[in-house]
Ligand binder design. Structure first.
Ligand code: ADP
Length: 411
């Protein structure tokens, strides 16, 4: 089955074309025909396409809206110059969408029909910055490919539907949960699920035996406690603002700060919230950048004090969550790193793990240093009772596989 995977944002769409079926999934030889992104949709859009042979191409085109962008994409994917071998729109058999918020309603990936569209719409108030764009992407794909091509929604929140009440309820008046669905939902679920699944394969474990802490450290960062293969706690909450320190998000803080900052700085509450989302985290502390690579260079080469501080706070918060989740899980078999930072920075991994020897985690510096650029493997020394791993996340692959499963009815 040839599947177009779409991750639609406000003015961007990330895409991938994956060929998969039951046999390919079993043998782990799904084929990725092409991937890339379209940015600045609505103006002179920048299109980057990476082909399966490793070559990439960058071009611009005037794409006035999401519909035009997806139409261009479908045209390109099925053209000879794309190198996909797909010759007509009918060669795209299904579309898989990353949808951010499934609320309490969507616990797994589903075939998109009118009721599902309504369900995604109903969750717009929980994810006003994401769900509307996801809906636009679905509508654009339907226009480009026709209503006959099945589309599947894969929700970022779904993996966390197994959180128990003690983990998902805030300690605020209970009627607020009933009246407004205020609770912790968690995000990055597709990523945590992808990491856990791959870890399970690499260690030849049964699903029920997977007891790990996954750390997705990218621009957004979250931790997840996984027991028996399911999520029992995660660091993001009602929105992706809670939890770890991120590129531009503060993560955990005292809620009383909102009003205090608003009063002191003459800002509205929504301006403060925007500050916590887009001017905080690594960027806010360092005053320099949200990019961990640049921050490490500033700290190591130029000894910038605030760059160092940002890194320290980032690593300390992550280590605290590992400690908390060890308690939540009653011990774990491994801490598993993924995301742009988790997959590429041996230094950050080492700093997060430093001081966890009491918990049985002993880092093998050489193994850690070798695990960069998409490599997977263990970097704790042989015999560590708490192992450390790098397992690159592959959300697009999981979305493609879910799409195949849902469309074909196979589980
Ligand atoms: P997103 O969450 O947007 O998908 P990524 O998972 O690509 O983002 O992660 C982006 C982050 O990964 C950035 O902070 C970037 O600096 C960091 N990163 C990528 N490569 C390295 C590296 N070699 N060392 C340190 N950080 C890196």
């Amino acid at each position: 089955m040839n599947i177009l995977v779409l991750n639609v944002g406000s003015a961007t769409v990330k895409f991938q074309v994956v060929v998969t079926d039951a046999e390919r999934m079993a043998n782990d030889d799904d084929t990725k025909l092409l991937r890339g992104q379209i940015e600045r949709i609505g103006g002179e859009s920048v299109i980057t396409v990476r082909h399966a042979d490793g070559t990439s191409r960058r071009q611009t085109a005037a794409l006035r809206d999401m519909r035009a962008a997806v139409d261009w994409l479908v045209g390109h994917v099925t053209s000879p110059e794309s190198g996909t071998g797909l010759a007509a729109r009918a060669d795209i058999h299904a579309v898989g969408h990353r949808v951010v918020h499934g609320g309490e309603q969507f616990r797994r990936s589903v075939l998109i029909d009118d009721a599902v569209l309504q369900g995604i719409e109903d969750n717009v108030e929980l994810a006003p910055l994401h769900n509307p764009h996801n809906l636009r992407g679905i509508e654009a794909a339907r226009t480009a490919l026709g209503a006959g091509v099945p589309q599947v929604a894969v929700f970022d929140t779904a993996f966390h539907h197994t959180l128990p009440e003690q983990a998902y309820l805030y300690a605020i008046p209970y009627p607020l949960y009933r009246r407004h669905r205020i609770r912790r939902y968690g995000f990055h679920g597709t990523s945590h699920r992808s990491i856990a699944y791959r870890y399970r394969k690499l260690t030849a474990r049964a699903r029920a035996d997977v007891r790990i802490i996954t750390l997705h450290l990218g621009n957004g960062c979250s931790a997840c406690a996984i027991q028996g293969g399911v999520s029992i706690d995660t660091s993001m909450g009602f929105t992706p603002l809670e939890g770890l320190v991120m590129g531009t998000r503060s993560g955990d803080l005292d809620a009383a700060l909102l009003d205090f900052i608003a009063a002191k700085e003459g800002l509205s509450l929504s301006q403060v919230e925007a500050m916590l989302n887009s001017q905080s985290g690594l960027l806010g502390i360092s005053g320099l950048t949200n990019d961990m690579r640049d921050l490490l260079a500033e700290a190591n080469e130029l000894q910038d004090r605030r760059a160092r501080l940002a890194i320290e706070i980032f690593c300390y918060r992550a280590r605290k969550y590992i400690g908390a989740y060890l308690a939540a899980l009653g011990g774990a078999d491994a801490v598993v790193f993924a995301g742009g930072i988790g997959e590429n920075s041996a230094e950050i991994r080492a700093r997060i793990c430093a001081g966890l020897e009491w918990a049985g985690l002993h880092v093998d510096a050489q193994a850690n240093g070798a695990l960069v650029g998409g490599k997977e493997g263990r970097f704790s020394v042989e015999g560590s009772t708490l192992e450390a791993w790098v397992v690159p996340t592959d959300e697009e692959l999981l979305i493609a596989r879910d799409t195949f499963r849902v469309v074909s009815g196979e589980t």
